[in-house]
Design a protein around this ligand. Structure first.
Ligand code: ADP
Ligand code: MG
Length: 230
């Protein structure tokens, strides 16, 4: 039994069939990229897995529990979006304490968690800063910190680096991979950038028009693509 078992997921919006039977198994600690063109259903799949969107057909079993019908807040899944989704009127520290307060964690325990996670993402000195005074890259680190602060079962990253300029982007790719491996968090990373997927992933899943076309390791994909280009 795999850690994540995604079986035959279908999702339509009105008559628009967006996910046409997605099946994928992911092992604990794996980093899987979801690579595909704009509009192919990447964000929809992540939203379905997180519980932000309901599905029409199929099942999602996470760590041996069927969570297909489980509300988002009870799935223990962390998510980072492309847009910086921090509360602008709250400091970094307040942004991070928000999910913990919802879980009714005592303030003293929160403080330890926040210090720990800021250390992991390398932003210890920005605790009192407001998002508006941080760079895009720093804001995404805070968003990542917020997503991992409760040590979720799964981390879902929806093109978290697309708004970051090229130079910083490479650094953040390395950082995200380091953190993911350090914490051994099972991760799905959405991107439409082939190089990004190649350099970060254990496996790459090619999505096209609501279907998985192939799943391969970076080296397999590289070999296939170079054969096509010859
Ligand atoms: P991607 O992330 O791969 O670019 P999306 O999953 O965002 O693609 O979108 C896939 C398709 O689903 C698009 O045709 C989009 O218009 C449609 N779609 C996504 N979310 C909604 C929604 N909430 N309501 C209606 N259509 C949607
Ligand atoms: Mg998207």
């Amino acid at each position: 039994m795999s850690y994540m078992e995604i079986s035959n997921i279908e999702k339509s919006f009105d008559k628009n069939e967006v996910l046409k039977g997605i099946s994928l198994n992911i092992e604990q600690g794996e980093f899987v990229s979801l690579l595909g063109p704009s509009g192919c259903g990447k964000s929809t799949l992540l939203r379905c897995l997180s519980g932000l969107e309901t599905i029409d057909k199929g099942t999602f079993v996470l760590d041996r529990n069927d969570v297909t019908e489980t509300p988002a807040q009870n799935r223990n899944i962390g998510m980072v979006f492309q847009q910086y989704s921090l509360f602008p009127n709250m400091t970094v520290e307040e942004n991070l304490s928000f999910p913990l307060t919802i879980q009714k964690m005592p303030k003293a325990d929160q403080k330890a968690k926040i210090d720990d996670v800021l250390n992991i993402v390398g932003l210890t000195d920005k605790k009192k800063a407001y998002p508006g005074n941080l760079s895009g890259g720093q804001q995404q680190r805070v968003a990542l910190a917020r997503a991992i602060i409760s040590r979720p079962k799964v981390l879902l990253l929806d093109e978290p680096l697309s708004a970051i300029d090229a130079k910083l982007r490479k650094n953040l790719q390395i950082e995200i991979r380091r953190i993911q491996q350090e914490l051994n968090i099972t991760t799905i990373f959405v991107t439409h950038d082939q190089d990004e997927a190649m350099s970060m992933s254990d496996r790459i899943c090619l999505l096209n028009d609501g279907r998985i076309e192939q799943v391969s390791s970076p080296i397999e994909l590289y070999t296939k693509l170079s054969l096509i280009h010859i």
